[in-house]
Write a protein that binds this ligand. Structure first.
Ligand code: SF4
Length: 452
């Protein structure tokens, strides 16, 4: 069968200038299908948006689409356009949103929805379509129907060690385009899935039923040997949960003589409790850790079940600083913030002396406890607004003022002199373009209140 896998365009193309990760999930799907002898192409529509031309050229029998919550209407739009052009085409949707809210894809242009890890489900589906039977026996599928979706038996969690190696040849022509900040070109590698923590705003631990699934370090090192890029992003939900595994992985990377720059997710408590692990990783190239700091108050951190304290945050900053590892500090603004809360957040971030910090809006993503508990309070259900920038719970401040306070955080929380060395990593041209882009972003943020 001929299969076209499509990474949809981003909801806001401006984000593609901040980061653009390789479509790793589709590379996994492609690898699985190729093992069965199918012809597979991958279209990264963030870089090549003409989906219709790709379809005309390849004439696929099946198209697979993926997406997060903000992609729901984009995915449905592509499905509708392709189905109108090629009524016989099988249209399959999978990915994060399809997993947490399959019903949102109960659409006449979509034939199948894959729930959860899709490599084996899609292989079995393609096989069944070729042999014209047995679809209802495939685990992990939802089949759109006018009177409600039909669900097959759920698929148990896939052992990550059984997955094929992702097929990066599918993105060969774009490999220089994938990056995040100054990590360019950047490859993504998945070493685990799920998380041991239980933050109430996070959908990731629920997807694996609370399990932390991990690949054997030996297999991860074998994959690293095949990665050409000098920079690697660990696209785990949380990389350092299993300290022993990561310690062993560091040893294996060092023994294999692999030298790359690494960027991964780490929790405040892991950094504080295991500085020796981060010290070991710093030696083999750990350059940046994305740390969910979230808030300035122990009370709020506890309410979101973050499992860390402000005192630990301070220690984590000191630990990474001492090791020369850049902390990508991420804070999450509660729509309930008052003017005083915004002032306190500004003071907190300045006290932390971050070199790099981002601020998103606490978002009730489908699949989270937060969403389940407070769904009735949602200001909007437009998928496009689930971008971590739009407040979806009622704000204490008028919306326009809320965004104006967000702009103050974005522009003032990390003083320019402290961000300067970070910006310098982009080189003179890159630095200028980042400053210009930031200006455009702030202009856009001033109008966010009009999007509802
Ligand atoms: S630590 Fe990160 S990945 Fe783990 S539950 Fe919290 S937000 Fe989710």
């Amino acid at each position: 069968m001929k299969v076209l896998l499509i990474q949809p365009p981003s909801c806001d193309p401006m984000t593609d200038q901040i980061f653009l990760f390789e479509p790793l999930a589709l590379e996994y799907l492609g690898a699985g299908l190729k093992e069965d002898g199918h012809e597979v192409e991958l279209l990264d529509a963030r870089l090549e948006p003409d989906v219709e031309s790709a379809c005309r050229r390849l004439q696929p029998d099946l198209v697979g689409l993926t997406g997060f919550t903000s992609h729901v209407n984009i995915v449905k739009g592509i499905a509708a356009r392709l189905k109108a052009l090629y009524p016989e085409l099988h249209v399959v949707v999978g990915g994060h949103h399809a997993t947490v809210c399959p019903e949102d894809f109960n659409d006449s242009s979509i034939d199948f929805v894959v729930i959860g890890e899709g490599v084996f489900t899609l292989r079995e589906l393609v096989r069944a379509l070729e042999s014209e039977g047995g679809i209802r026996a495939i685990k992990g599928l939802a089949i759109p129907c006018a009177d409600g979706m039909l669900f097959t038996e759920p698929r148990p969690y896939t052992d990550l060690n059984l997955l094929p190696m992702p097929d990066r040849s599918l993105t060969a022509r774009h490999r220089q385009s994938y990056f995040s900040e100054w990590f360019s070109p950047l490859a993504s590698v998945r070493t685990s899935l799920g998380c041991t923590a239980r933050c109430n705003f996070c959908a990731l631990w629920g997807i694996t039923g609370g399990k932390y699934l991990r690949r054997d370090p030996e297999a991860v090192v074998e994959e690293f040997k095949t990665v050409a890029e000098p920079n690697v992003f660990f696209c785990d939900d949380e990389s350092m949960c299993d300290v022993k595994r990561m310690d062993r992985l560091a040893d294996l990377i060092a023994a294999a003589g692999i030298r790359k720059n690494y960027f991964l997710y780490g929790r405040v408590d892991t950094i504080v409790n295991h500085p020796e692990l981060f010290a070991k990783w710093a030696k083999i190239g750990l350059a940046q850790v994305f740390v969910g700091m979230e808030d300035f108050s122990d009370k709020r951190l506890s309410a979101m079940n973050k499992g860390v304290t402000v005192a630990q945050q301070e220690q984590a900053v000191r630990t990474l600083d001492a090791l020369g590892i850049m902390m990508y500090a991420s804070y999450m603004i509660d729509p309930a913030y008052s003017r005083e809360d915004f002032r306190a957040m500004l003071a907190h971030v300045r006290r932390m002396k971050h070199k790099y910090a981002t601020f998103t809006v606490m978002t009730p993503l489908p699949g989270t406890e937060l969403h389940a508990k407070r769904e009735s309070e949602l200001l909007s259900r437009k998928p496009e607004l689930y971008d971590m920038l739009h407040a979806l719970f009622p704000t204490t401040l008028p919306l326009e003022e809320f965004y104006s306070e967000m702009i103050t955080l974005w522009t003032k929380a990390v003083p320019f002199y402290r961000i300067m060395p970070t910006l310098a990593r982009f080189g003179p041209h890159g630095m200028l373009s980042r400053i210009r882009m930031f200006g455009r972003f702030v202009d856009k943020a001033r109008k966010l209140h009009l999007d509802y």
